[in-house]
Design a protein around this ligand. Structure first.
Ligand code: ATP
Length: 673
C-alpha cells in the first residue's frame, strides 16, 4: 500500500522532517517513494483512512491504487497547515484502527533489503514502486493560518533588547520558535543557548542561559507561551543553583583534618580577625559532610576550649529539641583534639549561601548575593524590619517556651538564609561555655528581648553600635520609620514608653515583659508578615507545579532513550522474557518499533533545507507533550535514507513506546534473577 505524497509534512521550514540528509541529495528534495504507515493517505488534500480496515475485499486493489497515485497526481497541499511535519487530522482519521500499526513498510525495489521481515510483510501485500517513476519533489511554501503575518514580520526583525516576541505555543506554534530565538548569542547556533553548557563544558552552572534581558512579550494569544513559561523563574533558579554549588564546594588537598564522622571540612569563616568578645574564644565555622547520613552540616569550633564540667556539654541536648523555622537547629556538641588543641565543636544545620545580618547591613562593600536586596548602608525598609522582628519573636517563643534563653542575639549571629528569611544562629554555645553563670532564666529571657531591641535599632540605623548613642539612634528611627515601629523598639529597650495604639506592647496594660506579651502586642504585624509569607508560598507552589511538568518530560525522554538505539535488539538476539514476535523483527528497520527511532530523529535530529541542525526547544516540548498525551494527531516520520514516510499517530507512538518499555523492564528483571 503506497501513495505519492508530495509535501505532506506541510512544514514551512522545508525538509525539516528529513533527519539525516545525504549531502547534496538532501537539498531541496523530499521523499520520492512513500509508504503511508497505517494504510492511510492524503488524497486531494483530504486525509483518507485505510480502506482495508473497513473492507478487506479491497486488499487486492493494488493495481487501482497504483493508477490513482502516480507522477501525474497533483502534489498535496494540506488544507490545515501543520507544524514541523505533524498533521492535523480531519475527523475521519478518528476511524483508524490500532491494527494500522502493523502495516508493512514500503521498501523500493531497487533498494530492498535482503533481510526479511516476516511478521510484517506477510500480513499485507506490499506494492512495488519504482523510484524513477517520480519526479523530484520541490517543496512549496505553506501559509500557516495559525501565524499572523504581522507576528512573523515582527519575529524576523527581532531585537532581544528592544522588542517583545512570542516564542511559541506548546500546542502548535512551534514553527514560530524556529524563527525567533531571543537567546541566541550566535545566530548560527540558534537555540543552543536554551541548554546548559551548550557550547562548552563548564564546571559551574551558567545561570543566565534562559535570561532574556528585554521586555516580556505582550499580546500573546491564549495558546502561546514563551520558553520562560516552562521553567523555574530565573532569580529563583540562580539562587537555588548557587546554593547547590556552594554546598558542594571542597578545597582540593585540604589540610583540615576530619573530625569524628565529619569529613570534607571547608572553612566558611574567611575573616582573618577573630573576635573573642562573644564567646571568649576564637571561633571557626566549617561546612562538613557527615559520613553517617551524607548530609552537610555547619561545625562551629571554639579554639582552646577546656571542658571543666561534664554537665556543661550536656546542656546542648536541650537545644536539639528546638525545631523552629527561625532557629538554626543544633545537632550535637563535643570536644575534639583533631586540631591539635582541645576544641569545642557545635554541630548545626548548614544553610548554603547564607550570610549574617552584619554582613548584609554593615559591610561597606555592596554585596549582591541575593537579588533585589539593597546594598549595605542604605535605608532598610520598615517591612523588612517587621519581618525580622516577627521571625525572631517566633524563635524566642520556641526557645523561651522550652525553658531556655537565646543569650546571644546580635547581627553577626543571625543568618540571612534567603531573601528576608532569617534564623537565629549559634544557639546553645553560651550555655556550654558559661555554664556557671549566676543569672536566672527570667533575667536571661528578659535580656533576649533587650538584645532584640538593640539588633533592630542597629539595623535600622545601619550602625552596629547604635545603642551607644541611644538618643541619636532613636531620633533617626523617628525620622525614618513609623511611630508603631519606634514604640516597639522602645518597649524592647525598656525605654520610657510613649502612649501607643491599644495593641502596642507599650500600652499601660502590657507591663509584664515576656515574649507572650510582646507577641500579643505585635499581632497586627504578625498577620501582615504571615499574609505575605502565604503569598510567597503560593508563588512557590505554582513554580513547583511548572517544574513537575519538566520532570514529567524528563521521565518521558528517559523512557525513549532506554528504548532507542539498542543494537543488541536489532540483532537476532532474543530479549529474555519478551513475548510476541522475535525482537529482531520488531526492532529492525522494517519492524513495528522502527517508528520510535524515526520519532526520536523527528523530535531531536531535525535539519533544515540546507541540512543544518534545527535546535528548537519549542518543537521538542510540543512533540513530547503530544506523545505523553497520546494525541490523535498524526506525524509524518521520514526514514534516514529519505525513501520512506511513515504516517503514525501520537497515540500509536505512545502505545509502541509503552509496550517496548514494558518489554525492556521484563527483560531487565529476568536477567537480574
Ligand atoms: N549554619 C551555618 N550555615 C551556613 N553558613 C554559616 C552557618 N553559620 C555561620 N555561617 C557562615 O559562616 C561565616 C562566619 O560565621 P560567624 O558566625 O563566625 O560570623 P562572623 O561574622 O565571623 O562573626 P564573628 O565576628 O563573631 O566571628 C558567616 O559568613 C556565616 O554566613
Amino acid at each position: 500500500m503506497a501513495a505519492a505524497f508530495a509535501g505532506g509534512s506541510g512544514d514551512s521550514r522545508r525538509g525539516v522532517s528529513s533527519p539525516r540528509p545525504k549531502g547534496r541529495e538532501a537539498k531541496n528534495t523530499f521523499c520520492r517513494n512513500v509508504t503511508i504507515y497505517g494504510h492511510c493517505r492524503y488524497e486531494n488534500s483530504e486525509f483518507v483512512p485505510c480502506p482495508y480496515i473497513h473492507d478487506p475485499s479491497k486488499l487486492n486493489q493494488n493495481e487501482n491504487m497504483k493508477k490513482r497515485f502516480n507522477v501525474d497526481s497533483p502534489s498535496f497541499t494540506p488544507l490545515q497547515a501543520s507544524t514541523n511535519g505533524s498533521m492535523t487530522p480531519t475527523p475521519r482519521s478518528a476511524a483508524i484502527s490500532p491494527k494500522a500499526a502493523n502495516a508493512a513498510v514500503f521498501t523500493p525495489k531497487s533498494q530492498r533489503s535482503t533481510t526479511s521481515t516476516p511478521s510484517l510483510q506477510n500480513k499485507e501485500p506490499v506494492p512495488e514502486w519504482h523510484p524513477q517513476e517520480f519526479a523530484e519533489f520541490v517543496p512549496q511554501t505553506f501559509e500557516n493560518p495559525m501565524v499572523d503575518s504581522n507576528a512573523q514580520a515582527h519575529a524576523l526583525s527581532y531585537d532581544p533588547f528592544n522588542t517583545s516576541t512570542a516564542l511559541s505555543s506548546i500546542t502548535g506554534a512551534a514553527h514560530q520558535a524556529s524563527a525567533i530565538n531571543p537567546y541566541a548569542q550566535d545566530p548560527t547556533l540558534s537555540g543552543a543557548s536554551y541548554y546548559q553548557n551548550a557550547a562548552s563544558f563548564q564546571s559551574s552552572p551558567a545561570y543566565h542561559l534562559y535570561w532574556p534581558v528585554g521586555p516580556q512579550p505582550t499580546g500573546l494569544l491564549a495558546y502561546q507561551r514563551t520558553a520562560h513559561d516552562f521553567f523555574i523563574p530565573d532569580a529563583l533558579r540562580e539562587d537555588l543553583q548557587k546554593k547547590a554549588e556552594i554546598a558542594r564546594q571542597v578545597v582540593p588537598n585540604s589540610t583540615i583534618p576530619p573530625i569524628e564522622q565529619f569529613h570534607s571540612l571547608f572553612c566558611l569563616d574567611t575573616t582573618a580577625q577573630k573576635n573573642q568578645s562573644l564567646f571568649g574564644y576564637n571561633t571557626w565555622v566549617y561546612k562538613a559532610v557527615s559520613s553517617k547520613d551524607g548530609n552537610t552540616y555547619a561545625l562551629r569550633r571554639l579554639e582552646n576550649f577546656r571542658l571543666t564540667n561534664e554537665t556543661a556539654i550536656r546542656s546542648a541536648q536541650a537545644w536539639k529539641r528546638i525545631l523552629n523555622g527561625s532557629v538554626v537547629t543544633v545537632h550535637e556538641a563535643f570536644t575534639t583534639r583533631a586540631f591539635g588543641d582541645s576544641s569545642l565543636i557545635i554541630v548545626t544545620d548548614y544553610h548554603p549561601n547564607s550570610k549574617t545580618l552584619a554582613e548584609e547591613h554593615f559591610k561597606q562593600a555592596p554585596m549582591q548575593r541575593f537579588h533585589g536586596r539593597q546594598t549595605a548602608s542604605s535605608h532598610v525598609p520598615e517591612q523588612v524590619l517587621w519581618g525580622y522582628i516577627v521571625q525572631l519573636a517566633s524563635a524566642l517563643k520556641a526557645i523561651h517556651g522550652s525553658g531556655l534563653a537565646a543569650r546571644l542575639i546580635t547581627p553577626s549571629k543571625v543568618l540571612l538564609t534567603s531573601k528576608n528569611r532569617i534564623r537565629l544562629n549559634a544557639c546553645g554555645i553560651l550555655d556550654v561555655v558559661q555554664s556557671e553563670n549566676t543569672r536566672s532564666l527570667a533575667e536571661l529571657q528578659a535580656d533576649d528581648l533587650l538584645q532584640l531591641g538593640r539588633l533592630i535599632l542597629s539595623i535600622a540605623n545601619n550602625q552596629p553600635s547604635a545603642h551607644v548613642n541611644m538618643q541619636k539612634s532613636m531620633d533617626y528611627i523617628t525620622r525614618g520609620y513609623t511611630a508603631r515601629l519606634k514604640e516597639c523598639v522602645q518597649w524592647l529597650l525598656n525605654l520610657q514608653p510613649t502612649p501607643g495604639t491599644p495593641s502596642s506592647p507599650t500600652t499601660p496594660g502590657a507591663m509584664q515583659k515576656d515574649i507572650d506579651t510582646f507577641l500579643g502586642g505585635i499581632a497586627d504585624q504578625m498577620a501582615t508578615v504571615f499574609d505575605s509569607e502565604l503569598h510567597a508560598q503560593d508563588t512557590l507552589v505554582n513554580t513547583l507545579a511548572r517544574e513537575l511538568e519538566s520532570s514529567r518530560l524528563v521521565r518521558l525522554m528517559a523512557k525513549l532513550n532506554f528504548i532507542n538505539e539498542r543494537p543488541e535488539l536489532d540483532a537476532s538476539q532474543h530479549v529474555p522474557g519478551s513475548t510476541g514476535p522475535s525482537p529482531s523483527a520488531m526492532w529492525a528497520e522494517t519492524g513495528e518499533r522502527y517508528y520510535l527511532k524515526l520519532f526520536r530523529d523527528y523530535v531531536f535530529h531535525q535539519v533544515d533545507a540546507n541540512g543544518h541542525p534545527v535546535i528548537n526547544l519549542a518543537h521538542v516540548l510540543d512533540c513530547l507533550n503530544k506523545l505523553d498525551a497520546g494525541a490523535d494527531e498524526k506525524v509524518a516520520l521520514i526514514s534516514r535514507d529519505e525513501q520512506n514516510v511513515l504516517v503514525v499517530s501520537y497515540r500509536e507512538l505512545k502505545r509502541g513506546m509503552e509496550s517496548s518499555f514494558q518489554d525492556l523492564v521484563r527483560a531487565g528483571r529476568q536477567s537480574g534473577k
